[in-house]
Ligand binder design. Structure first.
Ligand code: SAM
Length: 190
């Protein structure tokens, strides 16, 4: 087993603040490493993340992005997002927006992104179509937490296989389920 993943330098400081805050929904390193890889495959990319949390996945994305790429990260909890701003907010490639994810998606339906990481309810369990609409041709749509997670609310578990089935049935995307980290799915728009 290869367990060593070289991590972005800033990550340990973000993780320390994340632990202090008691935030338990952060992406794990294997998810981050995949996000970094996919971000690196798209020079000059426009990247969208729904669910900044404390900025852990954003740090991984930034680590893979080139100087011409940009990341917009949406979160509705200002306290979490402030941790991200504190550690990576000075990077001119990233913009943090504190807003409801579905409202944000509605406001950018005329825009296209080369990578969408839908790491919240909006853009995944609600407003799925809104998120898929903004994926550019050849662009990635990525979701994680498809394996049972400790923080899932009552009634959430049956929604996951339904979502996977819906995504696998799409004719406008090619999809791959990955037995990796928390259970991921990567789709590419045809
Ligand atoms: C799984 S966590 C994100 C983790 C983060 N991407 C990471 O990798 O560390 C989901 C985030 O979505 C946020 N969230 C929940 N509902 C939301 C909404 N309606 N609009 C925007 N963000 C929302 C939560 O506050 C939480 O921080």
């Amino acid at each position: 087993m290869w367990e060593t993943i070289d991590k972005p330098e800033v990550l340990s400081a973000i993780v320390a603040d994340t632990t202090r805050l008691g935030f338990i929904m952060a992406s794990e390193p294997k998810t981050g490493a995949l996000l970094r890889l996919l971000a690196a495959s798209k020079p000059g990319a426009r990247i969208l993340e729904i669910g900044t949390g404390t900025g852990i996945s954003a740090a991984w994305l930034l680590d893979g992005m080139d100087g011409d790429s940009s990341l917009v990260s949406i979160e509705n909890d200002a306290q979490c997002q402030d941790v991200a701003k504190k550690h990576i907010g000075k990077d001119s490639r990233v913009s943090f927006i504190c807003q409801d994810g579905e409202e944000f998606l509605k406001s950018v339906q005329d825009q296209r992104f080369d990578l969408v990481f839908a790491d919240s309810w909006p853009g995944k369990f609600n407003g799925l179509q809104l998120a898929l609409n903004v994926v550019a041709r050849g662009g990635y749509y990525i979701i994680d937490d498809l394996f049972p997670q400790p923080g899932w609310p009552d009634g959430h578990a049956p929604k996951v296989p339904k979502l996977v089935e819906e995504l696998e049935g799409r004719q406008d995307f090619v999809s791959l389920k990955l037995d990796w980290a928390s259970g991921l799915m990567v789709l590419v728009r045809l």
